[in-house]
Design a protein around this ligand. Sequence first.
Ligand code: ZN
Length: 473
Amino acid sequence: MPDELYDRQTRIPGWEQRKLDQARVVVLGSGTLAQQLLVNLAGLGVTNVLLQSNGRIARTKEDYFLFGFPSMESIGKPRIDFIERELLQLNENFKGRLKTFFSPFDEGDIAAFRPDAIVSAENDPAIVEHGLVYCIRHKLPFIAGSAGQHESRFQSHHPSSRVGLDSLVRSIWCEEKQNPQTSGVLAGGMADELRKYFMPLDESDLPSPEKLHKYSLLRTTRTEGGDTLEPIPYRDMHPFKALVVGAGAMGNSVAAQLALAGFEQIDIIDRDTIEFSNLSRQFCFRGKVGQPKAKVLSERVKEYSPSTLTNPHQRFLGANDVVFDRGEYDILFGAVDSLRVRKLINAYAVLHKLPYIDGGSSSLNGKMRVYFPGINRCLDCQLDFDAELAKEQNTTRQARGCAQAAPSVIIPNFVIGSAMVGEALRFFYRKSDKEVLGSEIGANTHSLVYNSSERQRLYVNQERYEKTCGGCT
Ligand SMILES: [Zn+2]
């Protein structure tokens, strides 16, 4: 196991890479949810995997995530063969450890593999039931997830619990096709639940058997409860032009989901080149160490969505950057960890009254903030950039000489990045302003939080405005 690949996450207190490396997991399913789950497992370093499915490649967006836009020759071929090839490129630790079997559920094959857990990413209740029955009999953890067009949900079953099989299978069941964004939010959550079974960081970092974890674009709460919203119309392509600032773990997730949603144009700006230690989390890069991140991510966008226009820019975003000159974007995405860059994006968004969706992450947690002109106030009002920058300068001075802070793992980047694109579609097709995340209540606005250490891991948070910038109202 090349430790360098997981170098960043092993700095998180309590992290034991060896436990993830040794875990043996069966994954059932090969649609976009299974594919996105496998990418999260690769990021964590869970590569002892048996993948079972009899799915075949079709020309639907469910099939684009790991293969790119399927070629004519690949249509009708088993998905598992393509997934295996892609995963071996994604993470070399799968070599000799990843096994695939062309069957929806083969008990003999699973028994021979001796799994420590089974994860189902199938929308077929019969397969979920097979998996659960096997896990109850063999006293193994079981996680089942299901994704639809607007909603996705998962639940886990602990060997010691007594939940009725019926209620688990029925409660997670989504009938429709798996949508890439709802799948993305769920895949990160399921991978985190699995991690908690194998490698809790401390005694409070435990899985939540029997709790139904839900993501919903049809509810104001984005989970359960709250007002019911209008469905978002399904289109192969959406006529919107997006700028993605930052091509790290969050930028990878945002750009991939925008491409799968079929945005008309996706421009990407990032100064960095790809490093070896990026490869586990930044799943679009596939071993292209040394190449510019913006360029490689743009190439990946083209693979997912050949008719999308895309322009890579390899540089820092500067004040009055020429990328803004043409004023052609319909929406801005911030996928950076720099307050300075956020401040620049925000200034441009306020000046041109453009929506700005910002995602941030730290170790296992993430957050999305939005600025929707005319609906809520800007990120400077929410965050007070100058005060935060001053604080940051002070802590940097104090922390000089100390070890680098632990960076985020793939999970929160995946959850929040997918939700950012879901929220953009919610904004463009909203029937009323109440449907979008930012909608104000008095002196408050909303953000979406993924917090791995809380029982309700995904939730909408009310936040007070910190200041009045004077420019955005
Ligand atoms: Zn403002």
